[in-house]
Design a protein around this ligand. Structure first.
Ligand code: AMP
Length: 384
């Protein structure tokens, strides 16, 4: 069982292990088997979708008399609150007229759903209706309808797993987890971490710098461009600038530790933003690993890589265009440009695989107009 699970904006802690659930299902199945032992009719199990799908399967496996399975879908939850209004989303998939029916529920809390279900099944002409639920919240159950088979009783908490969901997620957990309203820990999961760390990725000339300003403004991010930080060092005539200039002018990368140090300083000194937009960093696998370590120390992690891709033919065309506007020294000679493209393919491109494996890579087609690419970038960031 995991120590903790995160679904969307919520954190859940362990509650009922799979072993406990299975033991409770064994016990409830035994009682049903005893009650139906030697029956000559074919009782019907009514699986109430989607929540009780796993419980019904597990229960049915343990029943030793002939029985039918039908299902129907109702819904009363939105988010973590029971709305009290039960909607019939999918009608009953079989006939219950004259048959004994066992309604199989994952959880009974207020009892609104079960009341409606009993009513529907009786109306359809069932000869007898029994209720079997995996979980009951006795504190909130308000109805008089007897619950024939209850596998486990729980307090009035919101839970997920073993078929139960939080906004459709978590049904597949084999154990049951309970909502933790005040997690007393720092998470490394991007869905609940507070600061965002985006990496703006792509070959030289893909338009990263152009998109960065709008992204930083819209999402309140600090735009950190290692290229710009280095150009500032050069303009200020610092020792670091001097060292960097020699490499930049040849289209080579400056040493990993130099850029890593610059980024770490900026992380420490920047306050009041909702996150960082890293432009031009990381550029090597070693830098990516160093970034992971830097963020881990802060109990953070990379949110996503936003990769703007253009084909090689377009790289030179874009850089020549930029040279005419910005007059960057490293945009001036063909030799430098070619070397930058080569360096990109050799040292930076392996990061695509690195971040794809981490499930953090999202690619955007950078060949359109500035506005077209911006629309795609914003649409992507809106999902985080
Ligand atoms: P950019 O403005 O991102 O195109 O960067 C201009 C140049 O700065 C690059 O061609 C590299 O020489 C150097 N540079 C920028 N970022 C890095 C980095 N993360 N690692 C090594 N060198 C970098």
């Amino acid at each position: 069982m995991k120590n903790r699970v995160t679904l969307l904006d919520k954190s859940f802690k362990p509650f009922i292990s799979n072993e406990q659930i299975e033991a409770a299902i064994d016990a409830v199945a035994q009682r049903i088997n005893a009650d139906f032992a030697g029956c000559t009719d074919v009782p019907v199990l009514l699986c109430v979708l989607n929540g009780s799908i796993i419980f019904t399967g597990e229960l049915m496996k343990r029943l030793d008399f002939n029985c039918e399975l039908i299902s129907m879908k109702l819904s009363s939850y939105q988010g973590t609150e029971s709305t009290g209004k039960v909607r019939q989303v999918m009608g009953m998939t079989g006939d219950v007229r004259g048959k004994r029916v066992i309604i199989v529920e994952d959880i009974v809390d207020t009892g609104h759903t079960i009341e409606d279900l009993v009513h529907i099944v009786r109306e359809r002409g069932a000869s007898e209706v029994r209720i079997c639920t995996m979980l009951l919240k006795p504190e909130v159950y308000k109805k008089d309808i007897p619950l024939d088979y209850v596998a486990m009783e729980i307090p009035n908490d919101f839970i997920v797993g073993f078929g139960l969901d939080y906004d459709e997620l978590g049904r597949n957990f084999k154990d049951i987890y309970v909502l933790d309203p005040e997690p007393d820990y720092h998470v490394e999961d991007k869905s609940i971490q507070t600061m965002k760390y985006y990496i703006l990725f792509g070959p030289p000339g893909a338009g990263k710098g152009t998109q960065a300003a709008a992204m930083a403004e819209k999402y309140h991010l600090c735009h950190l461009s290692t290229g710009e930080l280095l150009r500032k060092e050069i303009a200020d005539g610092t020792a670091l600038g001097l060292q960097a200039k020699a490499l930049i002018d040849k289209g080579e990368l400056v040493p990993d530790e130099v850029v890593e140090g610059m980024i770490e300083n900026k992380f420490q000194s920047t306050q009041g933003v909702e996150g960082f937009l890293l432009d031009g960093f990381p550029r090597t696998t070693a830098q990516a690993k160093a970034l992971d370590q830097m963020l881990a120390k802060r109990n953070e992690c990379v949110t996503s890589v936003v990769s703007i891709m253009i084909p090689d033919e377009m790289i030179k065309e874009r850089i020549r265009h930029r040279a005419a506007i910005e007059g960057r020294a490293d945009d001036a000679s063909d030799e430098t440009i070619n070397n930058r493209i080569k360096t990109y393919h050799e040292k930076t491109e392996p990061l695509v695989d690195f971040y794809q494996k981490a499930g953090k890579y999202a690619e955007i087609d950078g060949t359109g107009t500035i506005e077209e690419v911006r629309t795609q970038v914003f649409a992507l960031l809106d999902t985080f």
